[in-house]
Design a protein around this ligand. Structure first.
Ligand code: F6R
Length: 591
């Protein structure tokens, strides 16, 4: 995973690079580092921890050219030694890397036999040592010689102490964008073009072993056969407004509270009283015989709800598969694949998209981030319009995803979707329950294990709520279909094992009430999330979060918001790092 950034131009390279890294921290924050050329030598600094730690330790104020890195650890523990940039033995060359080198062990042993000494545990260091091994005065040539030796995927940026006027970059499967301005005074490289768009709108994306020699005002490209390559830049629009918590204690809380507005934005302008209208959605997609959703984590949970919408509303058979498992499955012809990703950069999802496209299937993306890899690789894309999601834990993207999926099912069914307009107001009602939910959260925050259960629409909803709790509070929370508990997991239940029951699915009301009795009989403390009219729940639950009444199909919105608040306040009671939980990154860019 990780984010890489580089700058060469008339501005302060060091500062531009640090600003770029700040915007790429969503790709990992285990360690950060920066390197450049200073008085004909490589100058570098790297530290375990987030960017602010690096900023406090910087031993230099100016660099001629700069490359930087923010890491999510794959090979080797979190330490300053394993942080990027990595240098060759002579400290002539510095490299930053995003991706994984699968054959690094063999390459490392070969180099060690030639007497090369390694100082880190990473797969990345092998690339810079190999480049140094092949270097004969031409950095581009050395990089070109090394690429065919590497198995795996990568985006790299490399500098040499003798060339303070250039960066060499290369990529295979990992995103790498090169931006430059119209006046030719500066050039930028980044894992994500959104980190530089406002100043450098001309963008080239490197693909399949392409190599770029980047100089101020001049970009030279070479293809995988090392032949010069001519590519037209894309003209991308975008600007970055500095993120703000808007008075909230955490981005997560701010994003939870934005959901009434973000769901409104997801549906706005996409329907009239007769039907749903999607911009840029090929009409042929409506002929799909079946739909497969792919995604990871929260986006996969949205897909599970989308599958129910499609079957219940449009009678189109539908299935959701975790993206990393999707390639092992047979997907029948005439299936429309729908890839859901907030970031549009999740490596497992992108790999599955590439796999299904290579099998001749059409792929539609549902994405929040413009100009992301997913938006470039799919046959059409629906945007969530939720605005940047800063908290690692996804909240507003999920409710926007299910809003779009509800509309999509109505689009396939050629029906109107007027009833979804009630949702923003209902979300407001749930948000008013925040103080009550905080009290309940405090009461339960000492428990280390939870079951979350629900049926039908409430099953994926409870999976999503359980994921929120585990990722931000480090508490073990397992989501189950309520009917499944008695097939094994109920053995774990005792008075120390609370159950959070999602009861807002009218069709299965009686059954979930029975399931509550079953766990109650075994001593489980129970928190129920139930619609106002389900009064019977108060006889069995210890605490109830009463939700506005709605249809089964729309109940995931209100129940999700309540589940997010519960997770948030438990994590708050436990004093966790809510916006940047340990071991996670906002965008998971390795498979
Ligand atoms: C959970 C969470 C993750 C992401 C998953 C996919 O709160 O954020 O589970 O949903 O990593 O990310 P995207 O949607 O960007 O593909």
């Amino acid at each position: 995973m990780c984010g890489i950034f580089g700058y060469i131009g008339t501005k302060d390279s060091l500062q531009v690079c640090l600003n770029g890294l700040q915007l790429l921290e969503y790709r990992g924050y285990d360690s950060t580092g920066i390197a450049g050329v200073e008085n004909g030598q490589i100058a570098y600094c790297k530290e375990a921890g987030k960017l602010h730690v690096l900023q406090q330790k910087l031993p230099f104020q100016k660099l001629d050219v700069a490359i930087g890195h923010t890491r999510w650890a794959t090979h080797g523990k979190v330490s300053s030694n394993n942080a990027h940039p990595h240098l060759d033995e002579k400290c002539d060359i510095a490299l930053v890397h995003n991706g994984i080198i699968e054959n690094y062990d063999v390459l490392r042993s070969d180099l060690q036999m030639h007497g090369v000494r390694f100082v880190s545990e990473t797969d990345s260091e092998v690339i810079v040592q190999l480049i140094a091994h092949h270097y004969k005065g031409e950095l581009v040539e050395a990089v070109q010689k090394v690429l065919p030796l590497l198995k795996g995927h990568f985006a790299i940026a490399v500098i040499h102490k003798d060339f303070p006027d250039r960066i060499v970059a290369a990529a295979r499967e990992c995103p790498l964008a090169i931006g430059y301005d119209d006046a030719g005074t500066e050039a930028v490289i980044s894992s994500d073009p959104n980190a530089f768009l406002s100043s450098t709108p001309n963008v080239l994306f490197l693909r399949k072993d392409e190599v770029a020699l980047i100089q101020k005002g001049k970009i030279s490209l070479f293809n995988s056969q090392n032949l010069p390559l001519c590519k037209q830049p894309e003209r991308l629009e975008g600007h970055h407004t500095p993120p703000s918590k808007g008075g909230f204690a955490h981005y997560m809380l701010k994003e939870i509270f934005e959901q009434s507005a973000t769901v409104q934005k997801a549906i706005f302008g996409r329907m009239d009283e007769k039907e749903v209208l999607f911009e840029a959605l090929p009409e042929t997609f409506r002929n799909a015989k079946r739909v497969w959703f792919i995604g990871c984590g929260t986006s996969a949970h949205a897909g599970m709800i989308g599958s129910l919408f499609l079957e219940d509303i449009a009678q189109i058979p539908s299935h959701t598969e975790i993206a990393s498992e999707a390639r092992f499955r047979i997907v029948p012809e005439e299936t429309l694949v729908i890839a859901i990703s907030q970031s549009g950069e999740t490596a497992d999802t992108i790999a599955a998209v590439r796999e299904f496209k290579s099998r001749g299937l059409k792929v539609l993306g549902i994405c929040n981030v413009k100009n992301s890899t997913l938006t470039r690789e799919t046959d059409g894309c629906i945007f969530l319009k939720a605005g940047p999601e800063m908290s690692v834990c996804s909240t507003k993207a999920f409710t926007s995803q299910i809003a779009v999926l509800y509309l999509l099912a109505k689009f396939f069914a050629r029906q109107s979707a007027e009833e979804i307009k009630t949702i923003p107001a209902q979300i407001q009602e749930v948000l008013k329950l925040a103080p009550l939910i905080q009290q309940i959260a405090k009461k339960y925050s000492h428990f280390r294990n939870f079951f979350f259960m629900g049926r039908h629409y409430m099953y994926p909803t409870c999976l999503e709520a359980a994921l929120k709790l585990k990722e931000i509070s480090y508490v073990n929370a397992n989501g189950y279909p309520a009917g499944e508990l008695k097939h094994g997991p109920i053995a774990l239940i005792d008075t120390h094992f609370p159950v959070v029951a999602f009861c807002a699915n009218k069709q299965t009301e009686e059954k979930i009430l029975s399931n509550l009795q079953e766990v109650k009989a075994r001593g489980a403390p129970i928190i129920a999330l139930a619609p106002k009219e389900l009064s019977a729940v108060s006889a069995v639950a210890d605490d109830v979060i009463w939700l506005p009444s709605t249809s089964d199909k729309l109940a995931p919105f209100t129940s999700t918001v309540a589940g997010q608040l519960l997770a948030y306040y438990i994590a708050l009671s436990l004093g966790c790092d809510i916006d940047q939980p340990r071991n996670l990154a906002k965008s998971v860019t390795v498979e």
